[in-house]
Design a protein around this ligand. Structure first.
Ligand code: HEC
Ligand SMILES: [Cu+2]
Length: 314
């Protein structure tokens, strides 16, 4: 089709809406551009030096004309704003229950991790027709995650999490680019997103996995290795709060404030535990800043999320 020559392939739920918006904006801009240029050319020729056009005509006020050229563009601008905002909100609002994938940008590669712990580099496999949420961070400088076929792009920042979501509509393999200049090999920081039918995705997830070899998930292994379990298992000797079943709930800090336990908060609790202390607890937790890297942090967060509140249920 005509559009395929001008636009990248379109393979996500939001792509057709983004394209429609671009076409309407481009069409409107082209219309006004040509209208203004045509008027300019016409008047320039008509009133060129030496032409015998009548120059002493004093135009009477024309209220109808002035109101039209004020009100019409105002309405157009408001319509553009409303339509773009609706699309932007859809783009930013991550659907409930989206399947979560963690992304780490690093000079010069993308590292991706599935909820099962399966990991990939510069290649992402996702099922078709399922909303996918990406939680992203960088180990060094600014990067930006861009999949043209999905019409989604988001900067990836060191020191915090940014998110992005999409739902692929067509199986296939699509480009993945870094679109924030990040150093010498920025142009090679590329990869692919492979969209699979759901059954194929399941098969892919279960295929060969060295990571799944042990009974422990990688997050569980780190949780044990760094001794988190000794302070956070809720036993009598535990010196920290019980973490099982706490994800997404509200926590009271010793400053009296409350905070929702989310990815960003857990990250801070591990890298800089003293920044926000849980009410009733001493600042005993060691700083893990230099011991746990961003990728391992994702594994720990995934593990904390997956821990069921077994105490409460019996
Ligand atoms: C020496 C004991 C100790 C160890 C080891 C420890 N923590 Fe903590 N942790 C604490 C204490 C005490 C608090 C509460 C005070 C605070 O907020 O720093 C806490 C708070 C937290 C919180 C915030 C909990 C909440 O309810 O708001 C998280 C998340 C956390 N720790 C994760 C971890 C992880 C992950 C590890 C392992 C990498 C770990 N901790 C290792 C003692 C420990
Ligand atoms: Cu980059």
């Amino acid at each position: 089709m005509f559009e395929n020559y001008l636009m990248p392939e379109s393979a996500s739920t939001i792509a057709p809406r983004v394209d429609a918006l671009i076409w309407v904006l481009t069409g409107m801009s082209a219309f006004f551009f040509f209208a203004v240029v045509a008027a300019l050319a016409f008047l320039a020729i008509k009133y060129r030096k030496g032409s015998d056009a009548n120059r002493d005509l004093a135009h009477p006020d024309n209220d109808a004309l002035e109101i039209t050229w004020t009100v019409l563009p105002t309405i157009l601008a408001v319509v553009m704003f409303v339509v773009s905002t609706a699309i932007f909100l859809q783009y930013r609002q991550i659907p409930e229950g989206a399947s979560e994938i963690y992304v780490t940008g690093k000079q010069w590669m993308w590292k991706l991790q599935h909820p099962s712990g399966k990991r990939e580099i510069n290649s992402l496999h996702v099922p078709v027709g399922v909303p996918i949420k990406l939680t992203m961070t960088s180990e060094d400088v600014l990067h930006s995650f861009f999949v043209p076929a999905f019409r989604v792009k988001q900067d990836v920042l060191p020191g915090r999490y940014t998110t992005l979501w999409f739902e692929a509509t067509k199986p296939g393999t699509y480009h993945l680019f870094c679109t924030e200049y990040c150093g010498t090999d920025h142009s090679r920081m590329i990869g692919s997103v492979t969209v699979l039918e759901q059954a194929d995705y399941q098969r892919w997830l279960e295929s060969d996995d060295s990571v799944m070899a042990s009974n422990l998930t990688p997050g569980e292994a780190l949780y044990a290795k760094h001794g988190c379990v000794t302070c956070h298992d809720g036993g009598d000797a535990a010196r920290g709060p019980m973490l099982a079943g706490k994800y997404g709930t509200e926590e009271t800090l010793n400053s009296g404030e409350t905070i929702i336990i989310d990815d960003e908060y857990i990250r801070e609790s591990i890298y800089n535990p003293q920044a926000k202390l849980v009410a009733g607890y001493a600042p005993l937790m060691p700083v893990f800043k230099n011991l746990i890297n961003e990728e391992e942090l994702f594994l720990l967060i995934e593990h904390i999320k997956s821990m069921e509140d077994t105490e409460a249920s019996n």
